[in-house]
Design a protein around this ligand. Sequence first.
Ligand code: DGY
Length: 440
Amino acid sequence: MTMNDMTRFDRDEAARAILARNDRGGYTVPTDRLYPFQWNWDSAFVAIGFALFDADRAYRELERLVEGQWDDGMIPHIVFHAPSDTYFPGPEVWGTRHRIPTSGITQPPVFGMALRQVHEAAVKAGLPQAQERTSALFQAALRSHRWWLRARDPDSLGLVAILHPWESGSDNSPAWDVALARVPTTTTTTIRRKDTGHVDAAMRPRDEDYQRFIHLVDTYRDCGWDPQRQWAAAPFKIADVQMTAILARATADLMHLAETFGSAEERTELSDIHRRLLDGLARRWRPELSRFVSLDLISGEDVDAPTQACFMPLVALRLDDVQRKAVTAEIERWHQGLIVGLPTTPSFSPAFEPKRYWRGPVWAVVNWLIADGLRLNGAEDLARRIEQGTVGAIERAGFCEYFDPTTGEGLGGDAFSWTAAAYMVLRRRAGSSGAGAEAP
Ligand code: DGY
């Protein structure tokens, strides 16, 4: 039976079956072989998917991720719970010193957003110990938000910086082209790519990207993974509007949880963090471009390459009428002539490559966040169309890692966990009115 022959009920079952198949003992790998460990933001999205039908398992996903949290609060981008030789770079390249092996960088903090949804699902389901579990995870999230502000916004810009493109989750986005070109291609680590043994090389970053990615890993490992030394040594440092927006939205969700689980001081602290991030984001609006732009902290220049990141502030900010009209018109323009949107790079950009990872393909979780932000800003119709388009793309092509916007073809890894979670969540949202976006 193909995806097209299935009923929606069957497809929901198929999505759950992917999560079951990618379960490695309370945590979910993004997909077999290509990504054989626990990834930070993948797991947060997956937890939201689990919350729809199994709140206990949703908590487990977050609890297993927190096993990798460092003493300084950082939640790493990969937790290497069990060995695998199908991925590069493995724990020996990172050389970190946590009690279980992890990478040394982080990823978008969707964790706080997920925790709120998992908690609400657990309470609704009457799950025993929900209060204790949420309380412990709330403290972990708070420590990680403190780390973000301390380690990645030391100059109080109200914007948090990434020191490696992998931190953004959008590894080879055109947003990094200018800044990444300044990073040398020399490495002390021998590069042994495994990804191109699993997926067509034309859908993955280029070798030269990997040389620069690994140069950065070598540089930060040489700093002993100390945040201050890394900040001083970083040849790549971008105050990223996508990361800041997700952190701001997750902070709003923690503020909500803090009403029950936080002290008075923690509530004040979270609301100060929230204000600082919203102010920082608001300053990155560029009316002449109809979008928000990141800031290259090394050159001092705006990052004006158009990518999905430019719309991510919608998940956190309330736009004024002029901004809302401009953003929705721009998002509509990016959809023109495509089979499925939203492309991560628009087709009118010279950098657009419809099959190459973050240089054009459509990602279900990006659409999930952007639709959430549109709905939060009153653009219900566009939000729903993006959700319906995403659900349709998955029903036609399967639970793939990403989709070619010009053909709808499924690309990258298959049986992908966060695509399965996105399917279950977006299918419910696309058919309902006003559901799914909660005001920060
Ligand atoms: C990869 O290896 O492709 C990942 O995106 C890094 O996290």
